[in-house]
Ligand binder design. Structure first.
Ligand code: HEC
Length: 307
């Protein structure tokens, strides 16, 4: 575990996120007005939303929306849905950082109800004292499950939806999906949280990593959807790219690494024996190959008198 103080700071951030669950959205929506440069302020969310008359409610784009400048390379569409997590399940350092990230930024809302702290400690080579100090929720036992203290009822009251248990999320939706989800939040004043998400449009989850990533504005353009049978022609917003809107603490590369480590940890949690299974698989196949050789020789030996 590198940088223990960062973990402590992260705990505070987590507490802050929880307590700001309700205020967060307001702060987010106001932030740009407070510290954005004049040009950016001109495209501030409130105005943009009023003028873009974006179609389609929750999934609709917001600040800086629609008006992608014509020409000048504005058409370079970013294919965010092709982004791959690229995590390495046998990279213990990455898994340790992921566990730290998860406890610091996610466990305030999300449980891992099938994982015990002690097992995670064993699998990820985290010594007991560090496990107790940095990962186990104060007051919990290290033999307990990694449960959040947020009750489902509170979650529903605060966010409109209880944050789901994430034990199996990478198996249900894939590591790439979770990677994309954590990377595609963008400012949207039309939502309760002040942000929207490309991977899960209209998501109830606030951008809890905004402090690290910053907040992006989504640049969208309107495209015509031709009439088809009974369905009349309509317009829909197509994503083009992100533009920095409020700066975060991390560079893009650092944030990618942060998300990759976190996804890696969730991948491990979804199947704790995965790394072992893969490394053992090689030996099993080698054994079977060698064994086939011996079995063949034995068969030759037995049959040579019969023929
Ligand atoms: C402030 C509470 C809160 C925190 C902290 C939080 N989440 Fe969430 N998360 C939610 C809520 C609420 C949902 C349900 C969103 C929905 O279904 O629209 C959710 C949903 C999710 C989902 C499921 C998305 C899907 O497709 O169903 C994933 C994955 C996720 N969160 C990952 C994380 C990770 C990783 C972290 C830590 C970096 C984190 N969350 C921190 C509240 C939170």
């Amino acid at each position: 575990m590198r940088k223990p103080p960062a973990v402590l700071r992260a705990w505070l951030v987590q507490a802050a996120i929880l307590s700001c669950g309700v205020l967060g959205p307001v702060a987010l929506a106001q932030a740009p007005a407070a510290d954005a440069a004049p040009e950016a302020a001109a495209a501030a969310p409130a105005d943009a939303a009023a003028t873009s008359a974006a179609p389609g409610g929750a999934a609709a784009p917001a600040p800086g929306a629609v008006d992608a400048k014509e020409g000048e390379g504005a058409d370079e569409v970013v294919h965010w849905n092709h982004w791959a997590a690229g995590n390495e399940i046998n990279n213990i350092g990455s898994l340790q950082r992921g566990a730290r990230n998860f406890v610091a930024y996610c466990s305030g809302c999300h449980s891992l109800k099938y994982s015990r702290y002690s097992r995670v400690g064993q699998d990820l080579s985290i010594p007991d004292d560090q496990l107790e100090q940095f990962l186990v929720t104060p007051g919990d036992s290290k033999n307990g499950y990694m449960l959040t203290t947020l009750s489902a009822a509170d979650g529903e009251a605060w966010f409109g939806k209880a944050p789901p248990d994430l034990s199996l999320i990478t198996r249900a939706k894939g590591t790439d999906y979770v990677f994309q989800f954590l990377k595609t939040f963008y400012a949207d004043p039309n939502t309760a949280t002040g942000v929207n998400n490309l991977a899960l449009p209209g998501t109830a989850m606030p951008h809890v990593l905004a402090e690290l990533q910053g907040v992006n504005a989504g640049v969208f353009r309107e495209v015509e959807v031709p009439a088809q049978g009974d369905v009349p022609a309509s317009k829909k917003a197509e994503f083009i790219r992100f533009e920095p809107y409020v700066a975060g603490r991390m560079s893009e590369a650092e944030y990618d690494e942060f998300v990759r480590d976190t996804v890696n940890f969730l991948d491990y949690v979804g199947e704790p024996a995965k790394a072992k299974r893969i490394s053992m698989g090689v030996w099993v196949v080698l054994f079977l190959l060698a064994f086939s050789g011996f079995a063949y020789l034995l068969k030759q030996e037995y049959w040579k008198d019969v023929k």
